[in-house]
Design a protein around this ligand. Structure first.
Ligand code: SF4
Length: 75
């Protein structure tokens, strides 16, 4: 049996996010609702990240003014 590593995800902490929308400008996978809150494709709090989205995801983590974003990896 081979070990599989799940794709990293961009996690949104909804208790911190106040819908400033910076992350939605950096990541195409995030839509924006009418109040500026990010909408994760497929729903939920975790946006699966493709390899070509990692740089933008790290930038979003660094720029989120409320420290509401983190990159999670699971194996
Ligand atoms: S940048 Fe941060 S505070 Fe702004 S919408 Fe994204 S997660 Fe929320």
């Amino acid at each position: 049996m081979s070990a599989r590593t799940a794709a990293p995800t961009l996690h949104i902490d909804w208790t911190k996010c106040r819908g400033r929308g910076v992350c939605t400008e950096l990541l195409a996978g995030l839509g924006r609702d009418p109040w500026g809150y990010p909408l994760v494709r497929g729903g939920g709090s975790d946006l699966p990240l493709r390899g070509d989205e990692m740089t933008a995801a790290r930038e979003a983590v660094d720029l989120c003014p409320l420290l509401a974003l983190s990159i999670r990896t699971r194996s």
